[in-house]
Design a protein around this ligand. Structure first.
Ligand SMILES: Cc1cc2nc3c(=O)[nH]c(=O)nc-3n(C[C@H](O)[C@H](O)[C@H](O)COP(=O)(O)O)c2cc1C
Ligand SMILES: [Fe+2]
Ligand SMILES: [Fe+2]
Length: 436
């Protein structure tokens, strides 16, 4: 028995959920966090933002996210990146400090890799408690620090490659890595341990609790964090893919033993795994991406929806992996992950007031902003009397370097002709993707 569109939709949602292990991980309940030792004198202090919050005020994070701050102790003590001043997170952070016998006053240096408030909004409190702390950051970060918090004293502008000797064998080295994620971003490398504090780069969604390192992950949890890294990348980092490649190239000469990002798991067993992930994600911008197709569809009264089964049949006839999302039911933040990694897109939407169905327009505008480029695309959709969806699609995606197939458009209810075309063109797209 062939599955109905709705059954397939539900099935695909279940598959998507399994792929991201929604609800299977992370553990629920109160987080009881302690500082985690990475190596001698180096600690991670993570706090978790819960899943009901939206990241950057807009991205759903069904599995939450961690914000990791780091401590490096030589003869002097440095704090690398901070936490967000939100809810009870500062209290959690303070108790993590206590767990390694530190207080905000213990620090000689604050290293700011990135000024986004998820890593800096607690700075004013820190400075109030420790006004003598010396701050190391890039020139652009200093300007942002001033404009956000009116802080200009005790700041030291780093130049690319500069070092800061903490004594006791610990030496921090700074690398400017602009636009991963903001223009002021840098990374910090601790030379004796080979630990790279990469801030947003190599980050992932997903809270951490009890498990902090890649070598503690089960196969399922590994898949979870790689998947969450992709979704984080597609939401937050995608538009800066060119800079990600430059940043990764810049790190080539370093003997990196541990990647310690400011979101998600610490990679010490195989730091290359997450570098390779990011390298691959960045490469999707100029293509080719994976030999997969993402189908995004919308319908008000079911006319466009009726073609979805035929589209799926066409793709499946070529055995090309397919991700299906309906809008507005699913948030663009979730859709972006599969669309970013797919070489092919199929878009189904009706015409609405001489343009396209508005929730689809919002998704496509986000694709434009995130530089979701170089895709092979098929569109289908019903209209009542004039059409207009295609015109808007052409306008929004004008700079996306998309290769369009001839669209399947019709007025009112689809007939056999449209169903046949849907199977045929979806299969043709799938073949092109497979061979590409
Ligand atoms: C609010 C609204 C506005 C519409 N505007 C247009 C339009 O400007 N031009 C057009 O050709 N059809 C327009 N239509 C007709 C739909 O495109 C048509 O009914 C189509 O079959 C809907 O597809 P669906 O069943 O997949 O929602 C409009 C329909 C609605 C409900
Ligand atoms: Fe950021
Ligand atoms: Fe961040």
């Amino acid at each position: 028995m062939p599955l109905s569109t709705m059954q397939r939709f539900i099935r695909t949602c279940k598959q998507a959920n399994a792929a991201t292990c929604f609800n299977a991980y992370p553990p629920k309940g109160r987080f009881n966090m302690k500082a985690v030792q990475i190596s001698d004198g180096i600690y991670c202090l993570p706090v978790n933002l819960e899943s009901y919050q939206l990241f950057e005020g807009m991205w759903p994070m069904p599995n939450g996210i961690s914000i990791n701050s780091y401590v490096v102790q030589g003869e002097k003590t440095a704090l690398i990146d901070l936490i967000e001043d939100i809810n009870d997170k500062p209290a959690e952070f303070q108790s993590e400090l206590q767990s390694i016998d530190l207080t905000p006053k213990s620090f000689d240096y604050l290293i700011i890799n990135h000024m986004e408030p998820d890593h800096t909004s607690w700075i004013p409190t820190l400075i109030k408690e420790n006004p003598a702390i010396e701050i190391y950051l890039t020139k652009k970060a200093a300007a942002v620090l001033n404009s956000f918090f009116s802080i200009t004293e005790h700041t030291h502008i780093i130049k690319d490659g500069d070092t800061l000797d903490l004594g006791g064998g610990k030496v921090l080295q700074f690398f400017e890595t602009p636009n991963i994620h903001w223009p002021e971003t840098m990374m910090t490398f601790e030379q004796s341990s080979g630990t790279l504090f990469s801030c947003d780069a190599f980050g992932a969604y997903g809270t951490v609790n009890d498990i902090y390192f890649d070598d503690q992950l089960s196969k399922e949890q590994h898949d979870f964090f790689h998947q969450e890294a992709l979704r984080y990348y597609a939401n937050i980092v995608a538009s800066f893919s060119t800079f990600v490649n430059k940043g990764i190239a810049r790190l080539d000469d370093l003997d990196i033993k541990v990647i310690a990002p400011s979101h998600g798991i610490i990679w010490r067993e195989n730091p290359k795994a997450i570098i390779d992930d990011y390298h691959r994600f960045a490469s999707y911008m100029n293509g080719p991406a994976e030999k997969e197709i993402t189908l995004i569809w919308a319908s008000m009264y079911g006319n466009t929806a009726k073609l979805v089964d035929s589209i799926i049949k066409g793709v499946e006839s070529e055995d090309v992996p397919l991700h299906v999302h309906r809008v507005p039911d699913e948030h663009v933040g979730i859709i972006l992950a599969s669309a970013w990694k797919s070489s092919g897109l199929i878009l189904g939407m009706p015409t609405y007031e001489y343009e396209m169905f508005p929730p689809m327009s919002w998704v496509l505008d986000m694709f434009r902003r995130k530089k979701l480029w170089n895709k092979k695309v098929l569109r289908f959709g019903s209209a009542g009397w004039s059409g207009g969806a295609q015109r808007e699609l052409d306008r929004i995606t004008e700079k996306n370097k998309w290769e369009f197939m001839e669209p399947i458009e019709w007025f009112g209810a689809a007939g056999q002709e449209q169903h046949d075309l849907a199977v045929q063109r979806a299969a043709e797209l799938a073949r092109t993707i497979k061979e590409g």
